[in-house]
Design a protein around this ligand. Structure first.
Ligand code: NAD
Ligand code: ZN
Length: 232
C-alpha cells in the first residue's frame, strides 16, 4: 500500500443495513413503505409537510434503537490510524459513522439530527420531533425543515468532495447502489484523475462495471477486512 496516500471513501445505505436501518430501495422500490417522490422531494414537502416531517421524525427516533456495526467501526479505526489524507463521504442521513468515532466525515445528503431554516439557512442540531411550522431560532420564521438533501436539490460540500476525489489515489465505494447522482458518478471522476477504484457491496451495483475491483459480501465483514489490509 506504499503508493497510496490519499483515500476517499463513499458510503451508502448498505453500510447501515446490518445495524438494522432499511436501505433505500427495499421491497417494491419503497423507502420504509413510502414512494421516494412522496417523502424525498421539495414538492412533497410543499404539498404535505405533515407527512414529510413525520417521516423524518420516525427515522430520527429509530436512530435511538440502532448501533454502529463492524463496518462503521472499521472506518473509524481507519480514520484514526491512516497517516495520509482521508475523506469519508456518506450519503447516509443516520449518525452511525460519527457515533463509531469517524471525524474526517461529510454528510453530502444532510443529517436526520440537523434542522435547516428554509428562510435563512440557519442550521441547528436536532433531537426529537420537528413539527411543520417550527420557528427558526435565528430569524423567527416558521420555516424549520429536516436538513435533508431532497431529489432535485444540490448535495452539500460538492467542491470539497470533488477536490478530494481529484487528488485521491484510492476511491472506495461501500454499500451504495450507484443509482443516485452525483454520488454515482464519483467513481468515474476518481478514475479520470488516476485513482484506483474498489467497490465493497452485497451484490453487483449499477455502477459495478466502473470499478477496477468489486468485492461482494456484507459490509460488516468486507470493510474490517479491507481496513485491516490498509493498516497492515
Ligand atoms: P440504496 O438503498 O439505493 O442501495 C444500497 C446498496 O447497499 C445496494 O446496492 C445493496 O446491495 C447494498 N447493501 C445492502 N445491504 C448491504 C450490506 N449488509 N453490506 C453491503 N452492502 C449492502 O442506497 P444508496 O445508494 O445509499 O442511495 C440511497 C439514498 O437514500 C441516499 O441518498 C441516502 O441519503 C438515503 N438513505 C439513507 C439511509 C441511511 O441514512 N441509513 C437509509 C436509506 C436511504
Ligand atoms: Zn431562519
Amino acid at each position: 500500500m506504499t503508493d497510496i496516500h490519499n483515500i476517499v471513501v463513499l458510503t451508502g445505505a448498505g453500510i447501515s443495513a446490518e445495524s438494522g436501518i432499511a436501505t433505500f430501495r427495499g421491497p417494491g422500490g419503497l423507502w420504509e413503505g413510502h414512494r421516494v417522490e412522496d417523502v424525498c422531494t421539495p414538492q412533497a414537502l410543499a404539498r404535505d409537510p405533515e407527512l414529510v416531517h413525520r417521516f423524518y421524525d420516525l427515522r430520527r427516533v429509530a436512530l435511538g434503537q440502532v448501533e454502529p456495526n463492524a463496518a462503521h467501526q472499521a472506518l473509524a479505526r481507519l480514520d484514526a490510524e491512516w497517516p495520509g489524507d482521508l475523506l469519508i463521504v456518506t450519503q447516509n442521513v443516520d449518525d452511525l459513522h460519527e457515533r463509531a468515532g469517524a471525524k474526517r466525515l461529510l454528510h453530502m445528503h444532510g443529517e436526520l439530527k440537523s434542522a435547516l431554516c428554509a428562510a435563512c439557512e440557519h442550521r441547528q442540531t436536532w433531537d426529537g420531533d420537528m413539527p411543520p411550522g417550527t420557528v427558526c431560532a435565528a430569524c423567527g420564521t416558521p420555516a424549520v425543515r429536516p436538513d435533508i438533501v431532497f431529489f432535485g436539490e444540490m448535495p452539500y460540500a460538492m467542491d470539497v468532495i470533488e477536490r478530494a476525489i481529484s487528488r485521491a489515489d484510492l476511491f472506495v465505494s461501500i454499500g451504495t447502489s450507484g443509482a443516485v447522482y452525483p454520488a454515482a458518478g464519483f467513481v468515474q471522476t476518481a478514475k479520470y484523475h488516476g485513482a484506483r477504484t474498489l467497490e465493497l457491496n452485497l451484490d453487483r451495483s449499477e455502477g459495478s462495471g466502473w470499478f477496477h475491483e468489486s468485492r461482494l459480501g456484507p459490509a460488516g465483514t468486507l470493510v474490517p477486512e479491507w481496513v485491516g489490509q490498509m493498516l497492515a
